[in-house]
Design a protein around this ligand. Structure first.
Ligand code: TXE
Length: 448
């Protein structure tokens, strides 16, 4: 109700773009002055190391700055419509949109969705994960103190199958933007379908990291360990399948495992901690069960593979590396925890087959100094985000989303702005000729 009324008043949806852009920049500026508070909140509610959250928070204002600039510089189109017509196409907001977000990057994922949605003039109802709802509540207050009218962003907290379901079933919602598990994505997709509501979804992944023989091993071990274990592996684009070319396989795996064994697991609020716990007991049990299944299927444990029973208050799992075969569940299914599987490949063709052997297609990284190999492999991988010699890098301008069962639509960039607007095509007749189709004359009048 509040979101719809706010939208209808036009206080935000019809505000001058210059003023809207100015408020977006104000939000970015205010956020920059509160990064430490948010880093602390994110760390406490997710268990992710404070060091990680401090680094992540510094990037968040960029989303508001980017969309503030985008709306100031957007260009509407004028099309070559046949005849004496001017056809211009405007982009208008959708109305009230729903956003359902997960717990792994509570604020980053919310901001990725909020910035384009409000830049376009929509009102938003956002439902954060029941496991991490605190920072977004605080963030909305910050937006309002920066000039955003009340009622533009509305937070509702609660569980998915109750509050989330209620929100998704509301026929006043014009679009649902969801990040979470693939199973939940299917359920939400059904609800959206019934109401003829659009949907953007960013779902599960099983991103390969493909390492070629020619690399500097020490460098790439550093890069790939980061790719796998940041956020305790609880990211949609976690490098969870490590594919290594046969010439360096043994040496690379040794060094990789050595590095993983040295990851400092501990209290998230300790500045020296490199990896915290996982989010919940349920998630811990899921990880443990998947690793147990993998062992039964014949996976070889190279390190880790157990729950950690320390004195800390949290659900800790050892950073784990498993040598596996592609048919195993653990090669195919998302673990969403600190577990990476490794497998050897022979040549480019084999690397592509293994990388694409997945129902998912979110991210992939290719590690090589050979520019031709890098581009050739990128051309042939079915994934929405591909890094060459890096992993995880994200920027507000760069489209983000998946192929296959990893989702529909894109976050970031002009793509997200388009997701949050609809086109209106305006066709203007400026011809001096008048026509009367229903006249009784036999002249060759033609409407088309
Ligand atoms: O996610 P859910 P969960 C994957 C990961 C993880 C699995 C389950 O593999 O192990 O999903 O995690 C809301 N109607 N990812 O259970 O349930 C819910 O309240 C409407 C990948 O935590 O998908 C929360 O706000 N909403 C991922 C949001 O959906 C519903 C991030 C996500 O929760 C709902 C997280 C319903 N019926 C988990 N059921 C990624 N892509 O980054 C749940 N929700």
């Amino acid at each position: 109700g509040v979101a719809q009324n706010t939208y209808n008043t036009g206080i935000w949806s019809k505000m001058d773009i210059q003023e809207r852009s100015h408020i977006m920049n104000n939000i970015a500026y205010t956020l920059k002055n509160h990064l430490n508070i948010f880093a602390f909140k994110e760390s406490v509610q997710t268990g992710r190391p404070i060091k990680e959250m401090e680094a992540q928070m510094t990037r968040l204002p960029e989303w508001f700055e980017y969309y503030a600039s985008l709306i100031r510089s957007k260009v509407d189109t004028c099309l070559p419509f046949k005849g004496d017509f001017v056809n211009y196409v405007k982009r208008e907001p959708l109305g009230v949109v729903a956003q359902i977000t997960p717990w792994n990057h509570p604020l980053l994922i919310s901001i990725k969705k909020l910035a384009p949605a409000i830049a376009a003039g929509n009102s938003v109802v956002i439902k954060p994960s029941e496991l991490a709802p605190c920072s977004i509540l605080e963030f909305v207050k910050l937006c309002e103190s920066s000039g955003l009218p009340k009622g533009v962003i509305n937070v509702i907290t609660g569980y998915g199958p109750t509050t989330g379901k209620y929100l998704c079933n509301d026929s006043r919602i014009s679009k649902i933007d969801f990040t979470g598990g693939t199973d939940t994505g299917r359920i939400i997709g059904e609800m959206a379908g019934r109401n003829i509501t659009g949907m953007i979804s960013e779902l599960g992944g099983k991103s390969p990291m493909i390492v070629f023989d020619d690399v500097d091993i020490a460098d790439v071990v550093n890069g790939t360990v980061f790719g796998s274990f940041i956020a305790s592996g609880q990211t949609c684009i976690a490098g969870s399948r490590l594919l290594i070319q046969k010439g360096i396989y043994d040496k690379f795996v040794d060094k990789f495992v050595e590095k993983v064994k040295n990851i400092k697991v501990g209290d998230p609020l300790d500045n020296n901690t490199q990896m915290g716990p996982v989010i919940s007991e349920q998630q811990l049990n899921k990880i443990d069960q998947m690793v147990k299944n993998a062992k039964k299927e014949g996976a070889k444990v190279l390190c880790g593979g157990n729950i950690i029973n320390n004195q800390l208050n949290g659900y800790y799992y050892e950073p784990t590396v498993l040598e596996v075969e592609p048919h195993m569940e653990i090669f195919q299914e998302e673990v969403f925890g600190p577990v990476v599987v490794v497998h050897k490949f022979t040549d480019e063709k084999n690397a592509i087959e293994l990388a694409n052997n997945s129902e998912y297609g979110l991210g992939a990284s290719i590690w090589t100094n050979n520019i031709k190999i890098g581009h050739r492999i990128a051309d042939n991988i079915d994934a929405g985000i591909i890094w060459i010699n890096d992993h995880h890098k994200n920027d507000p301008c760069s489209p983000w989303g998946g192929f296959k069962n990893s989702g529909i639509g894109r976050e970031n960039g002009i793509e997200a702005f388009h997701e949050y607007t609809q086109t209106k095509s305006i066709i203007v007749n400026y011809s001096s000729n008048t026509t009367d189709w229903f006249s009784n004359s036999n002249s060759n009048v033609r409407y088309s």
